[in-house]
Ligand binder design. Sequence first.
Ligand SMILES: [Zn+2]
Length: 430
Amino acid sequence: MNSWLIKNASVLGRRNADIAITDGVITAVGEGLDAPEGAEILDASGLVALPGLVDLHTHLREPGREDAETVESGSRAAALGGYTAVCAMANTSPVADTAGVVEQVWRLGRDAGLVDVQPIGAVTVGLAGEQMAELGAMADSAAKVRIFSDDGFCVADPKMMRRALEYVKAFGGVIAQHAEEPRLTGGAQMHEGEYSARLGLAGWPAVAEEAIIARDCLLTGHVDSRLHVCHVSTAGSVEILRWAKSKGWRVTAEVCPHHLLLTDERAATYDPVNKVNPPLRTDADIEALRAGLAEGVIDAVATDHAPHAAEDKECEWAAARPGMLGLQTALSIVVKTMVEPGLLDWDGVAERMSRTPARIAGLEGHGLDPAPGVPANLTLIDPNASWTVVPNELASLSRNTPYSAMTFPATVRATFLRGEATVLDGKATK
Ligand SMILES: [Zn+2]
């Protein structure tokens, strides 16, 4: 069934209207619409309708760590979080550095049918930073890869970074950088600051991120290519991005929900659920990141959804893998940190979580406001509901959420992928 009449939704939080969908495509948006033939009717009174969310940064763990997540389980978490498309990071096992692996991930996503899974290709073979991967073959593959990233690792060699930036220009690609100067973060366990000194844990200084972002902005400007900066986490990074954009360089950036909400004080618990890379930073960083996101210096919110099996997370801090679940909590955290304080309205949420990420990723049919002729990729949100995070109730195969027992505003009531309901009444349909 992919014909619907969604009645009385608040479209982009602006005006109440019905949305008619026939065969997966929106046919009309307006008041008092008649139901298309054979359509199901959904009363959306009190719900906000946004274009389906798009995540630029998801770790789905398949192939290789299907105990932590699969393309299907991660896709289900995404749909429940209001997403209709996710970009799957390349640090799988084997690494997604060939046409074969990216096509495998793309097909698994298509078979799961819950969100569009757009594979990201590795920049270097095996993420090792030494030999460029076959970017052109991945771009030409069925997966049509446009974003390349060694995420998890930084493309630290400036010559390699320059070559990759130059190479992707041929097919309109973008290099997504995990900005971390490895010579400054050896053995790092958390943000370098007051708490790392007090706890006696090796620090990950802000300058290790900022130095790479500055370098890569300069390189991008020099070769006139496209750079996307992953998970910006410091106030200084926001300043550098503002400067790079003022030059007219083609630089975009994302921020993760956890960096908008949580601080390095969390490390005092010694609970590795709070270990993430880049690390949780300070209140001053949070303030600058929120302001940067409101202003548009930071273009998008991305989850860095990073599921880990219990043995990789429920251990001592130093041995734990970095990363947190993010797909099912992202929207609520953006509402809490950006909408409730008045920094973004619902249209702004659509801009930062759907339109702009879809544009950065080059995803056709996503990030489009409800209008006749547009594929029906939509999410319906109850802005007045709240929910409490129960790790066992999340759809991910992993449990590493730092938000256990926390209560957040806004729930996803329904998600539609090309008119097919992937979520109804807040539950996945498959
Ligand atoms: Zn990363």
